[in-house]
Design a protein around this ligand. Structure first.
Ligand code: KG4
Ligand code: ZN
Length: 344
């Protein structure tokens, strides 16, 4: 059975995992960096890259140790080669190349988005192609049609911030910590979502693309109007109104994408997928349309090494050949539609 070591460091999670070709995770570990980025209210690329350099080797050791294996036992080493924060991407890719080179193993350069697109199948064997993927995290906001391994169509992306960033920035304005999504959604529970009229950018102009910059500015304007010490109920109202606007955009764009493609399965991946309001609203609308919504276990649909190994394993099974020249470069931008064209 094929055995892949997967490495990930393209944003603020360092991760390693050992996955078999029949989708079993033998060992995996993810270490996030929220604390390091907290004072800045967002991911600082330089800090992220340096933390990966520090931590990734110990994670590789840990997963191999847990599985009682050495790198000589794996069939290939897989590492994210993009898209992402380039300093970080280089860490796992180069670590992967070094390991593969030393052990005489092939190196598989993985598109991080392909990992996200395929990882729901790691936990849900009943999930068949094709499906619509709503990928919403601190770094991503995309709608992808996942037709099969290596066959993806990007239907929408964000033209400015990711959905998680919209949550985090709104939370920051309300003095909540980083990452602010969970705190903002907790505060929103006691607020009135109609209290503040906030814009829904790009909602009615026919595009499936997302934009959150105008919404962020509007939240900032309303926050300023409340003065230095907003009351608890004013803060809750603003949190609820901001959440409602972000969620409405995610729900309505997803429904429009389902309608356009005729797809009947929707997978929601990424940290924002934990949002209760999003789950309620999507659940209601999808039920009306007889669309099945899947929420993969959060640990496997946020950044992790298993999804990288899994994407590599599935590509090998689909006939891709693993390159042995280790020459693959990093790609800060790498639209998933072109993943099938890249060498394995
Ligand atoms: O996928 P993820 O864990 O990783 C990164 O993108 O690094 O996503 C993190 C994002 C953050 O922006 C966080 O605020 C957001 O997901 N998030 C939430 C919730 N839980 C996490 N946003 C809204 N509601 C939540 N319950
Ligand atoms: Zn990601």
């Amino acid at each position: 059975m094929t055995l892949i070591l997967g490495l990930e460091s393209s944003c603020d999670d360092s991760a390693a995992a050992l996955v078999t070709g029949d989708r079993r995770i033998l060992a995996q570990v993810v270490v996030g960096q929220n604390k390091a980025h907290q004072p800045f209210g967002g991911v600082v690329p330089e800090i992220a890259a340096r933390a990966h350099v520090e931590i990734l080797p110990s994670l590789i050791r840990q997963v191999l140790g847990e599985a009682k294996l050495t790198v000589g036992d794996v069939d290939a080493v897989a590492a994210t080669a993009g898209p992402g924060l380039i300093g970080g991407v280089m860490v796992a890719l180069l670590a992967g190349k070094g390991l593969a080179l030393a052990a005489g193993k092939p190196l598989i350069a993985v598109n991080h988005l392909e990992g996200h697109a395929l990882s729901p199948r790691l936990v849900d064997p009943d999930l068949c192609f094709p499906y619509l993927l709503l990928l919403v995290s601190g770094g991503h906001c995309q709608l992808l049609e996942v037709r099969g391994v290596g066959d993806y169509r990007r239907l929408a992306t964000t033209i400015d911030d990711a959905a998680g960033e919209a949550f985090d920035k709104s939370a920051k304005m309300l003095g909540l910590g980083y990452p602010g999504g969970p705190a903002l959604s907790r505060l929103a529970q006691s607020g009135d979502a109609k209290a503040f009229a906030l814009p829904r950018p790009l909602l009615h102009n026919g595009t499936l693309d997302f934009s959150f910059a105008g919404l962020k500015t509007a939240v900032m304007t309303q926050r300023r109007k409340l003065g230095d010490e907003p009351s608890a109920s004013q803060a809750a109202d603003l949190a609820a109104s901001a959440q409602e606007a972000i969620v409405e955009l995610l729900v309505k764009k997803s429904l429009a994408a389902l309608e356009r493609t005729g797809l009947t399965r929707l997978v929601v991946a990424g940290g924002v997928g934990a949002n209760a309001r999003l789950r309620d609203w999507l659940g209601l609308e999808c039920k009306k349309r007889q669309v099945r919504v899947h929420y993969p276990e959060l640990a496997l649909c946020t950044d992790n090494g298993a999804m990288v190994a899994m994407a590599a394993a599935m590509r090998l099974q689909a006939g891709a050949r693993a390159a042995k020249d280790y020459a693959f470069d990093v790609r800060p931008r790498w639209p998933l539609d072109t993943a099938a064209l890249a060498p394995a």
